[in-house]
Design a protein around this ligand. Structure first.
Ligand code: IPM
Ligand code: MG
Length: 368
């Protein structure tokens, strides 16, 4: 049997330098654990635009659809701010999500013990925090029609449409319930059923799926604004949160920041299972391309490496190896290794991007 295939899309800004560390980790699992991957690499975002005049070449799209999993670094940068909307770096990422039909975006917000002091919230509010936001990723206001900027009378009108079908809501709800069963068995669904019809439907469908298929899971509902407030007040009340594309975008940034370590959070975007049982899948750090520090060896590679850990777990059925990698990262943090984004403790000298990679590889060796 051939090795599972991975397409690596480092992208822009710090993407390439954090991905270089991921590649070392991938090689480690091949050499030391016999988990070999066929790895190929391609362009996405601004760098793809520079070469091809489009943020995602059709050949790259075809490759993404054919591999077992895609690992993405980050896209975008000020150099591309003036580009037409249709070719902005972000459009490459949105096309991947849409054409791969990656409807369930898992965004864990986990507080690493060693970093609990970095949160803007009090330590006891965040210590031990471990929640996952399941964000619907291929529909809603990001993609709804009609959209555009039109002329009406003597002014312009900007239009976007929030639109959800029952089946779109049901499938992401199932992803959330399935995930909850493997964790704390609780789902909180967030919408604005008090002002939006799409929110009313969202609440109805989540409730129906729950009653019919997952009555063993504890389900609650919250308006998304109240949910944002509760996330800041006492985030540990949550286990899995399921919400739409736009609310999920906002709530996941807020949740990420609670942990004090935005630079540390991975994500998985999953679609339906294929014939071989593996879902369509794309893994990427939650952080962006950080153009201000790109190319300086300052970036924290942990979010991207943890995204590979999610790939091991969700695409390659290697949950034990994922845990090994996550524990290696925890050990490195407990030992005091910090990249520049995590400074603040007295007397701590930052390690470089590759220095962090070295430390993680050493901790992996020690796990054998
Ligand atoms: C995210 C980002 C993207 C989004 C952008 C880069 C298109 O903010 O993944 O959260 O809005 O979905
Ligand atoms: Mg976002």
């Amino acid at each position: 049997m051939s090795n599972p295939s991975l397409l690596i899309l480092p992208g822009d800004g710090i993407g390439p330098e954090v991905m270089a560390e991921v590649r070392r980790v991938i090689d480690w699992f091949g050499d030391k654990r016999g988990l070999k991957f066929d790895v190929s690499e391609d362009l996405v975002g601004g760098c793809a635009y520079d070469k091809h005049g489009t943020p995602l070449h059709d050949d790259t799209m075809a490759k993404a659809l054919s591999v077992d999993a895609v690992l993405l670094g980050a896209v975008g940068g000020p150099k591309y701010d003036q580009l037409d909307f249709s070719v902005k770096p972000e459009r490459g990422l949105l096309r991947l999500r849409k054409e791969m039909d990656l409807y369930a975006n898992l965004r864990p917000a986990q507080c690493f013990d060693a970093l609990a002091d970095f949160s803007s919230l009090k330590k006891d509010v965040v210590a031990g925090l471990d929640i996952v936001i399941v964000r619907e990723l291929t529909s809603g206001i990001y993609f709804g029609e009609p959209r555009g900027i039109i002329e009406e009378g003597n002014e312009r009108v900007g239009i976007n449409t929030q639109r959800y079908t029952e089946s779109e809501i049901a499938r992401v709800a199932r992803s959330a319930f399935e995930l909850a069963r493997r964790r704390g068995n609780k789902v909180c669904s967030m919408e604005k059923a008090n002002v939006m019809e799409s929110g009313i439907l969202w609440r109805d469908v989540v409730t129906e799926v729950h009653q019919a298929e997952y009555p063993d899971v504890e389900l609650s509902h919250m308006y998304a604004d109240a949910g944002a407030m509760q996330l800041c007040r006492w985030p540990k009340q949550f286990d899995v949160i399921v919400t739409d594309n736009l609310f999920g975008d906002l709530l996941s940034d807020a949740a990420a920041m609670l942990t004090g370590s935005l630079g540390m959070l991975p994500s998985a975007s999953l679609g339906a299972p294929r014939e071989n049982g593996r879902p369509m899948a794309l893994y990427e750090p939650v952080h962006g391309s950080a153009p201000d520090i790109a190319g300086q060896g300052k970036a924290n590679p942990i979010a991207c490496i943890l995204s590979f850990a999610m790939a091991l777990r969700y695409s390659f059925d290697a949950g034990d190896e994922a845990t090994r990698l996550e524990q290696a990262i925890e050990a490195v943090l407990a030992d005091g290794y910090r990249t520049a984004d995590l400074l603040g403790e007295e007397g701590v000298e930052p390690v470089s991007t590759s220095g962090m990679g070295d430390a993680i590889l050493k901790a992996l060796d020690a796990s054998l």
